[in-house]
Design a protein around this ligand. Structure first.
Ligand code: GDP
Ligand code: MG
Length: 178
């Protein structure tokens, strides 16, 4: 018998970094289930036939215009099993905000066993790399190690680099299902 797993993944980061665009790109046509919740968040659902015995219902939670406060309520974070922390690689301030978001996440939610919710760092707008701040960025590999991200990927919601985004989300799902 097939088993259904509902996995809630948060997409957080500063205003304008591309959170909504990334979700739309990833979920693509499977965008029928799109709600505007009263608590001011949107979520999109992507159903994945993970393997012959597992169907993953992936809930990607977006922030609807609440970024300016730099933090979210516990209700938003509740029962999340993963997070994508996004910054815009053309704007240094959005990278500097990454640790604020990670701190907010870790202070408000944890997995059932008390360990931090796995978070992947996304350097979005890599199609704009030549306007980017790559030289100014610390080596992201060691940044991830130092600050507890499970990994990082360059992404672009504009050009087709779907594999990057899928990998980012799949890293979290595999982590959860294993
Ligand atoms: P959000 O506030 O984090 O949800 O950001 P949005 O998804 O609304 O994107 C903000 C702006 O950045 C919009 O004008 C998008 O078209 C643009 N944008 C988002 N992702 C990319 C990307 O990967 N490359 C480029 N060039 N623009 C992007
Ligand atoms: Mg948005």
């Amino acid at each position: 018998m097939q088993q259904e797993r509902l996995l809630k993944v948060l997409v957080i980061g500063d205003l304008g970094v591309g959170k909504t665009s990334i979700i739309k790109r990833y979920v693509h046509q499977v965008f029928s289930q799109h709600y505007r919740a009263t608590i001011g968040v949107d979520f999109a659902l992507k159903v994945l036939n993970w393997d012959h015995k597992t169907v993953v219902r992936l809930q990607l939670w977006d922030i609807a215009g609440q970024e300016r406060y730099g933090n979210m309520t516990r209700v938003y974070y509740r029962e999340a099993v993963g997070a994508l922390v996004v910054f815009d690689m053309t704007r240094l301030s959005t990278f500097q905000a990454v640790l604020k978001w990670k701190g907010d996440l870790d202070s408000k939610v944890a997995l059932g066993n008390g360990t931090p919710v796995p978070a992947v760092l996304l350097a979005n707008k890599c199609d704009q790399r030549r306007h980017g701040l790559c030289p100014k960025l610390p080596k992201l590999e060691s940044f991830c190690n130092d600050y507890g991200f499970v990994g990082w990927y360059e992404t672009s919601a504009k050009v087709r680099r779907g594999s990057d985004r899928s990998v980012a989300v799949w890293t979290l799902i595999c982590d959860r299902l294993s």
